[in-house]
Design a protein around this ligand. Structure first.
Ligand code: NAD
Length: 479
């Protein structure tokens, strides 16, 4: 009897986790993984939902929170913790699955996970945030859902190094004497065993990726763009961790940020906005609006529809949907946020000739540098500590040799330019750039390898699934 085909899903109705599954299913036929293994890779392995009480002034409130471990094919599992009123099980499952595929793409040897707490990060007093964070960490410890070899959280929407510092402090209090305990969480302050460059890593990774993408003359020609980031007109949604650092670093590459959108509204300037000045203005006035020399847009979401070369949604999921996709004028949409473009919108834009750069690749800089931080914590030594002076000495010997051989003296400036032993930040940024370039190269090769692969996202998912399949085979689980 012929197998009954399941009907094509209505793409406009999919939840976030169904969207991730849809992308997975679309990529699966382009992989070498057998169907049973595909089912195993796709499913979420462990879901921990918790409710706990926390005191808000004189009131007791019940807090809803989650930790989802999507895949244990590599351990530990890894993924950020989000504080947002939109948090629910479906969202955390989707984000955990994206982490699995993301880690595989950038060769970070972790399974995917994600955490979420249903709380407003902006309207909750700091002492309540601290109490919630400590209690959440305690719940994770109780169930073995955190630990350097088990599950390693990191920052995400609404959290940052302050929360990571509270997590590590709580963990170390509950597990005194654990020699690798600092590796239980990444994105910590540098003073608490964090790593230089982690805070800006996701944004920096987005810019390294875009710089690489824009270097292919034939791809740019198809989009009607010139090569390089210089002069590109960029619109950014979200001026939080990812959005701000992307904006700041992309301007250093010669691009022009013509519009920034935040929750309260959006500002536009054809001359280009200085992200540092905009951030200072927002911190001072509590709003991005009325920034000197810029024009306020009527609605924050109008920013997405502006004419520009690169649109970078860096806030939340489901920002570009089937409703506003026909109005998007950007040639490249770079998913700095997780899931900002819905499947219906992604398919529509691709058909229109827009390049949609998928989240599982372009925002992987954060987890890449988190991996470096984890390695640093396990090795108990700062990157560069052993070799910096040795490298400087070797470089200076080389200059002396050249001087002896040529009979010419190098100037102080020339010597300064050449002699530079690598610091932690140099090594982190170099490792991050190399990772983003190599991963894009692999995705592009996969995309170009078959005419039946419709877009970069499908290529990225297929690449990732193949790598996870290989990891299962290496374990001898599916020979
Ligand atoms: P964040 O909390 O630092 O910043 C998010 C910003 O978006 C906030 O300033 C918020 O006010 C703004 N915002 C909310 N709704 C908005 C709207 N409708 N329009 C415009 N702006 C709006 O969070 P983040 O860490 O920058 O994360 C942003 C996105 O990037 C999320 O999807 C997250 O999952 C993803 N991401 C983050 C990291 C990381 O290292 N932090 C890594 C990978 C992916």
């Amino acid at each position: 009897m012929a197998e009954k085909k399941s009907p094509k899903p209505d793409l406009t109705e999919l939840s976030f986790s169904q969207s991730v599954s849809y992308y997975f299913d679309k990529a699966a036929p382009h992989t070498q993984a057998p169907s049973g293994l595909l089912d195993q890779i796709k499913v979420c392995n462990s879901i921990y939902k918790m409710n706990f009480p926390v005191k808000f002034g004189n009131e007791i409130k019940v807090i809803e929170a989650y930790r989802v471990q999507h895949s244990h094919h590599r351990m530990p599992t890894k993924g950020g913790i989000r504080y947002s009123l939109h948090v629910d099980q479906d969202e955390v499952m989707a984000l955990a699955a994206l982490m699995t595929y993301k880690c595989a793409i950038v060769d970070v040897p972790f399974g995917g996970a994600k955490g979420g707490i249903k709380i407003s990060p902006r309207n909750t007093p700091p002492e309540v945030i601290e109490a919630v964070t400590r209690r959440y960490t305690t719940e994770l410890v109780k169930k073995n859902f955190i630990g350097p070899g088990l599950d390693v959280p990191a920052p995400d929407y609404g959290t940052g190094e302050k929360e990571m510092a509270i997590i590590v402090d709580t963990y170390m209090t509950l597990k005194p004497g654990e020699v690798d305990g600092y590796a239980c969480v990444t994105g910590k302050p540098v003073s608490q065993n964090g790593i230089k460059g982690r805070t800006e890593a996701t944004g920096r990774g987005v810019v390294y990726a875009l710089n690489q993408i824009c270097s292919y003359a034939d791809d740019m020609k198809k989009l009607g763009l010139t090569t390089g980031l210089g002069g590109k007109r960029v619109v950014i949604q979200g001026l939080g961790n990812v959005g701000f650092h992307t904006a700041n670093i992309i301007t250093q590459y010669g691009a022009k940020v013509v519009c920034i959108a935040e929750a309260e509204g959006a500002i536009y300037s054809e001359k280009g906005l200085d992200p540092n000045a905009v951030l200072a203005h927002r911190q001072k006035t509590k709003s991005i609006l009325n920034f000197p020399g810029s024009k306020n847009l009527k609605k924050s979401s109008d920013a997405l529809e502006l004419d520009c070369d690169i649109l970078i949604p860096a806030a939340l999921e489901k920002q570009i949907t089937d409703v506003n996709a026909p109005k998007i004028k950007a040639r490249i949409v770079a998913e700095a946020a997780n899931g900002p473009v819905t499947p219906a919108a992604s398919d529509y834009l691709t058909k229109k000739g827009v390049m949609v750069v998928p989240d599982i690749y372009i925002n992987a800089g954060g987890v890449t540098v988190s991996y470096f931080e984890w390695l640093k914590n396990l090795s108990h030594v700062r990157f560069g500590r052993m070799q910096k002076r040795f490298e400087e000495e070797s470089q200076s010997n080389m200059i002396r040799l050249v001087e002896d051989l040529t009979g010419q003296k190098a100037s102080k400036e020339q010597i300064k330019r050449v002699i530079h032993g690598a610091d932690e930040i140099d090594l982190v940024n170099s490792g991050l750039e190399d990772t983003m370039i190599k991963a894009y190269h692999d995705i592009r090769e996969m995309y170009k390898s078959s005419r039946s692969i419709p877009d970069l996202r499908t290529a990225a998912f297929a690449l990732s699934i193949n790598k996870i399949k290989d990891a299962y085979y290496a374990m001898g689980i599916f020979p």
